[in-house]
Design a protein around this ligand. Structure first.
Ligand code: ZN
Length: 583
């Protein structure tokens, strides 16, 4: 009988050797009920983790740290160091081999994805996201998600990393912070209340990588609705703008309402929904390439097995069964009771709000968390995509058929840049006029130019003003403004101003903006956040801002103090206003 296909499940004999001892919360006991429930929904382990060689560990860890882990692994009672010792990360015999096997599991899974043998993989024992280049931290010795990302980067792939663990994914963020080809998003309980004490909205990256770190810190007691609203409002448009080649995700189950180590009130229902969203994101933007890992989760009978099963089922494109098999509940019920984690629920999805009434404390926490998520969306989603989504011009997860003429020649304008150095400026085009053109790559967000073309046409139909510079039939620069629904009537918002890579720094952007504004009545406002960048070859953030200021000042704008909501997260944001039109 053929078993239902699904993500490659990474698990083997070495998985349970990663064991800090019987009193430690990250217990290998979770593999018993966890793998058993995965089997019950049709998942069979298909790849056993083997220790990664030191050479690979050194992709993200310093050599001296690997030596320290090896020393304490051979002699756990030797002098403590590098974060290993009494407390969160106690030494144990064979620690190096066990930790290297967790790293190896994620690396092997990544190899399988890169070879095309697996579309999705799920490494339940992976997700050790706190490990730093030179020290252990938060139950994590070697950083397997960061290593898997490093492997994908060596293959030239750009990676979106999404971390759903209740703790900030600080190690992965730190290790890939300076790489503009890795975008990390972490959703977690605020560092004001919880380990590791980081992951605030103003940690955004620097230099060319500015904008490739996103953090959504939630207030304690935030529940599934606010958590899901944040996940669903941020991941798809950020992914559309970034255009990853591959997804790596961490599915720590410790955001759950019953988790003993943290204070959020998320449910397995919301975790499953998030996993299904990530599966969609992988297919829409990343050719289906998706490595999912487990992570934290300390209610190992009632929560972790269901969270793992829902993650795997999302990648198998299957809905969870109506009920949890009674044989599974019978097998694990007694042990769960012994650890005071019973009764085991009968369904994969939880009751709404995990069966608890929503009290005032939760309501006020959620109001704050929703405001934080809005702030993150403000600075990390390009203005054109926010407007396009909010006004119904575009939906991030929908794949739009190519609209322009002569598909496959979208790069033509760029190729012919030398032959035709002064493209024609076409002011305030109609949707019909736009439909006769196609769009060069990387003129405007999103990265997929078919979707970008769709947005321009829908924007023009929706009353926005769209001006372009075209070489032959190809748009090589575009400017978009629309009346702002949130500000004064007659005020326009500059939603996009972009130029194709081969045409930049020749004054085209300024000429287009000036021509565009000449035909516009009323004041115009512009807010240029970190999100406004070429995701494939971003300039250093200081350069981006200098260019934005110079373009806006050259077109008659005056710089303004940014709104506090944006400035607290993105202090260098450029905000400007042009008082009135020329007419
Ligand atoms: Zn899938």
């Amino acid at each position: 009988m053929s078993k239902p296909s699904g993500p490659l499940l990474v698990y083997g004999p070495l998985s349970a050797t990663y064991d800090f001892g019987p009193a430690h919360p990250l217990t290998p006991r979770r593999f018993g009920p966890g793998i058993d429930l995965l089997r019950a929904v049709g998942a069979e382990p298909g790849m056993a983790p083997e220790p990664a060689p030191d050479e690979e560990l050194r992709w993200v860890h310093v050599a001296g740290y690997v030596e320290t882990v090896r020393r304490l692994s051979a002699d756990p009672f030797g002098p403590a160091g590098a974060g290993i010792g009494p407390g969160d990360d106690p030494a144990f015999p064979g620690m190096h081999e066990a930790a290297a096997a967790v790293a190896g599991g994620s690396l092997q899974a990544m190899e399988a994805i890169l070879r095309g043998e697996a579309e999705h993989a799920f490494h339940a024992g992976g997700g050790l996201h706190h490990a730093m280049p030179d020290r252990a931290s938060g139950f994590c010795i070697y950083n397997d998600p960061a290593l898997a990302i490093a492997r994908a980067r060596r293959a030239g792939l750009r990676v979106l990393y999404v971390d759903l663990d209740v703790h900030h994914g600080d190690g992965v963020q730190a290790i890939h912070a300076s790489d503009p080809g890795v975008l990390t998003i972490s959703f977690h309980e605020s560092g004001r209340y919880l380990f590791p004490g980081t992951g605030f909205v103003d940690e955004v990256g620097a230099g060319t990588a500015a904008g490739t770190i996103a953090n959504v810190p939630f207030e304690p007691f935030t529940g599934e609705d606010a958590w899901w609203a944040a996940v669903n409002s941020i991941i798809p448009p950020v992914a559309a703008a970034f255009g990853p080649d591959l997804l790596v995700t961490q599915h720590g189950a410790d955001s759950h309402a019953w988790d003993p180590l943290a204070h959020l009130a998320v449910t397995t229902s919301a975790m499953g929904r998030a996993a299904r969203l990530l599966d969609e994101v992988a297919h829409r933007f990343a050719g289906g390439r998706w490595l999912a890992t487990g992570g934290g989760g300390y209610d190992v009978y009632r929560v972790v097995p269901r969270a793992w099963a829902l993650t795997w089922l999302a990648g198998a494109h299957r809905e969870p069964p109506a009920r949890i098999p009674s044989a599974w509940r019978a097998r694990w019920g007694t042990e769960a009771g012994r650890y005071r984690q019973s009764p085991i629920p009968g369904r994969f999805d939880d009751e709404p709000n995990a069966g608890r009434p929503i009290d005032l404390r939760q309501r006020s926490a959620e109001a704050q968390s929703i405001a934080t998520a809005r702030q993150v969306r403000e600075i990390h989603v390009p203005a054109l995509l926010k407007a396009a989504q909010e006004r119904g011009w575009w939906e991030p997860l929908t794949a739009y058929p190519d609209m322009g003429q002569g598909h496959g020649h979208a790069g033509e304008g760029q190729d012919h840049a030398g032959a035709n150095p002064s493209p024609t400026v076409l002011g305030h085009l109609s949707a019909e006029g736009l439909e006769r053109l196609n769009l060069a790559e990387r003129v405007i967000a999103p990265l997929d130019e078919s979707a970008g073309m769709r947005i321009l046409v829908a924007a023009a139909k929706g009353g926005a003003a769209v001006s372009v510079a075209a070489n032959g039939g190809t748009i090589v620069a575009a400017a978009v403004t629309a009346r702002s629904p949130s500000s004064a009537p007659q005020e326009h918002e500059l939603l996009a101003l972009g130029v194709a890579p081969g045409m930049r720094r020749q004054g085209l952007g300024k000429a287009l903006l000036v021509a565009h504004l000449a035909d516009l009545e009323g004041p115009v406002v512009a807010t240029v956040t970190l999100a406004e960048r070429d995701p494939l070859a971003p300039e250093a953030v200081e350069t981006r801002r200098r260019i934005a200021r110079s373009l806006l000042l050259g077109a008659g704008f005056e710089l303004m103090a940014p709104p506090p909501l944006i400035a607290t997260a993105d202090p260098g944001v450029v905000t400007a206003r042009r008082a009135r039109g020329q007419k």
